[in-house]
Design a protein. Sequence first.
Length: 140
Amino acid sequence: MIVLVAFAFHACKDKPTQKVQKPKTTVVKKTVKKDTAAIDSLKKVAEAKKVVKKVEAPKPPNKYFLIAGSFQSRRNADIFKARLEKEGYTSSVIERRTGPNTDFYKVSYKGFHDRKLAYAELRKARNSEGRDNVWLLVKK
């Protein structure tokens, strides 16, 4: 039996090992022709969109003003206006030339063109400490 195993071992040793050959694959390159005219037109459209600026409709002038103070002296109104501006408000002095209260200079600290927003801000201001005397002036 040992002889048989030795013979089989010797017989396998003499055979050359067979290599499995892989099939050859060929790579096909496809060239895609670009439509440069279409690409150029898309680029032009994109550039045109960048150039066009959005034109917003002009805001209507403010008609509603929160008034923080009213003074008979223009000097006192200007001093109060400067104090409000130091606090960060966009303040202005409103002077009525005709009608009632022409002898008073009103100092506003916020102006609105929207009625609902103006009344909402008035309620908010009256609930704030130190602004309980704020009132709303409506220009006609």
